[in-house]
Ligand binder design. Structure first.
Ligand code: UDP
Length: 371
């Protein structure tokens, strides 16, 4: 009896494997890296003992009750509210842009309605349907706040003009006219007590799931009854139609005594500063943050993803989406493979959306299967 093959041991692969296993279907999960959880991977830093988000900060947040219930089956989620700060021209401001940011930035003490009217007076109300990141910013935030907090950061993060990027990227962030500085709007916000990799390992801990780490799918010659592939479509088809563009990230770790910046994430939107943000990992686990003698900090920079780099953010410009459509047309002819996950669907998915999609992909497979 052939097993199902699942490429990638991130949330996507793990959740699909689990759903299949619980329906009695055996699978093999393969990942070329030596650890599970993909870019959500967390591990204790060997020098300090701090739980490190190896591939950048991950905060779990969702309004999907079934996804929240699902992750809670596999580990303890500790409530965590992300409060991001940003340093611009020698001053520290609150993010996402809220009443405090507006009052700090303009040196005022406005009440909500006054601030709303003030920002609206700077906004480009003639932009009726913002299409690009820049139009979205100019329409809702106005030029001064956009130029301080978004333009430089976005050019560094995406390596291109915000006028070329989709408005959807900026729509991820709220704009608030009260003092709420919670980075997200979702009712459930947490970080797993034992890290993400522990959760993903527990999802895959089932007798019907075999997992092989350090295993490149290209080197596997076993045949599978079906394949779920959570790598890029372009890689699966050996780049026959070209390479889909991604941004990759570099993290420069450093160690410091005590508390380096007093918070988990400090953004640096100025273009002259080479990094986009600085992450201090012990602040992602405030329940243990006081127990460490040293602190570990990552300075994060972004650049174009080369052939040997780890892809993080799909760029999804016009040329890329047409290449994606061509790959998707080809994929429709390959009924034995389902492309899943952030890379497989080439979408900027958060963890909760990833889990939701994986549950649906498994369900679709199970219901299409002959009885
Ligand atoms: N962004 C920005 N300035 C900031 C934070 C975010 O311009 O201080 C823009 C940037 O283009 C970024 C996008 O908003 O890619 C989404 O931000 P988010 O914090 O959701 O990014 P992630 O944590 O997923 O990298």
């Amino acid at each position: 009896m052939q097993r199902v093959g699942i490429v990638g041991a991130g949330f996507t692969g793990a959740v699909i494997a689990r759903e299949l296993a619980e329906a009695g279907i055996a699978s093999v999960v393969m990942d070329e890296r030596s650890h599970v959880a993909g870019n959500c991977h967390t591990e204790r830093d060997s020098r300090t003992g701090i739980m490190v988000h190896r591939y950048g900060p991950h905060i779990f947040h969702t309004d999907r009750q079934h996804v929240w219930d699902y992750v809670n089956r596999f580990g303890e989620m500790v409530p965590f509210i992300l409060r991001v700060k940003t340093t611009y021209r020698g001053h520290v401001y609150s993010l996402p842009v809220n009443l405090h940011t507006i009052n700090q930035f303009f040196g005022k003490a406005m009440r909500p309605d006054e601030a709303r009217a003030f920002v609206e007076s700077q906004a480009r109300s003639d932009i009726e349907e913002p299409r690009s990141f820049e139009e979205q910013a100019l329409r809702f935030i106005g030029q001064p706040l956009y130029e301080a907090f978004f333009r430089g950061y976005t050019r560094k993060q995406w390596g291109m003009e915000p006028s070329l990027l989709p408005a959807s990227i900026l729509k991820r962030l709220p704009l608030r006219f009260d003092y709420n500085d919670n980075y997200f709007n979702h009712p459930h916000q947490a970080i797993p007590r034992d890290g993400y990799s522990a959760i993903v390992s527990r999802i895959m801990d089932h007798p019907k799931i075999e997992h092989r780490l350090g295993c490149r799918f290209e080197d596997v010659d076993e045949t599978f009854s079906h394949l779920f592939y959570s790598g890029g479509m372009d890689r699966y088809y050996r780049y026959a139609l070209g390479r889909l563009g991604y941004r990759t990230l570099d993290f420069r770790p450093s160690y410091h005594a005590g508390d380096y910046q007093g918070t988990a994430i400090m953004n640096h939107p100025e273009e002259e500063v080479p990094f986009t943000r600085v992450t201090e990992h012990k602040h992602f686990a405030p329940w243990e943050a006081s127990g460490f003698a040293e602190t570990i900090v990552f300075h994060e920079t972004s650049r174009a993803c080369g052939p040997d780099d780890i892809p993080y953010y799909p760029i999804r410009l016009v040329d890329e989406t047409s290449m994606l459509r061509a790959y998707e047309a080809r994929a429709r002819e390959d009924a034995h493979v389902t492309f899943v996950g952030r890379l497989g669907t080439y979408e900027y998915l958060d963890m909760d959306a990833t889990i939701d999609r994986a549950l649906s992909a498994a369900q679709a497979y199970l219901s299409a299967r002959p009885a």
